[in-house]
Design a protein around this ligand. Structure first.
Ligand code: RP5
Length: 162
């Protein structure tokens, strides 16, 4: 099995369509990851176990997505020193502002790197995780530079009619 350094965790199966954006970016960059459903409220023991073993299992970054009362990223950050990137999942009731506020206002000492609400935030979480790993992985750094250059090159100079 590939050396898995990135964990993607989410509070529910219903978060996967959003969190898949992070997984897709990591696939494109050739970064191995694991994806798990770990709910702060519904499976608290699973959360605790995941956080307790994260360092020993070799995880370098955890991407944690949740919606509503989104306590998963913050609780994971309280349990492990592995950097946690939080993704506020867009909710129907409050459009994800509830998720964002639940994740972003961490107390001093237990940071969560909070991304934008929804799909863009999840994709950026994948890129952020890759950027963290690229600091000590020159081959990944080259792939990430190429990915970024390709995105820039795909942006037209002039707007087109539909
Ligand atoms: C949160 O509640 C999850 O992260 C999800 O975003 C939200 C709704 O979960 P489901 O009711 O769809 O399982 O814990």
């Amino acid at each position: 099995m590939a050396d898995v350094k990135v964990g993607i965790i989410m509070g529910s199966q219903s978060d996967w369509p959003t969190m898949k954006e992070a997984a897709q970016v990591l696939d494109e960059l050739g970064v191995a990851y694991e994806a798990r459903i770990v709910s702060a409220h519904r499976t608290p023991d699973r959360l605790w176990e995941y956080g307790k073993t994260a360092v020993d299992r070799g995880l370098h970054v955890i991407i944690a997505g949740a919606g509503g009362a989104a306590h998963l990223p913050g609780m994971m950050a309280s349990k492990t020193r592995v950097p946690v990137i939080g993704v506020p999942v867009q909710t129907k009731a409050l459009s994800g502002v509830d998720s964002l506020y639940s994740i972003v206002q961490m107390p001093k000492g237990f940071p969560v790197a909070t991304m934008a609400i929804g799909a863009a935030g999840a994709a950026n979480a994948g890129l952020m995780a890759a950027g963290i790993l690229a600091v000590s992985d020159p081959a990944l750094a080259q792939r990430l530079d190429a990915w970024r250059a390709a995105l820039s090159a795909a942006i037209p100079q002039e707007p087109q009619d539909d």
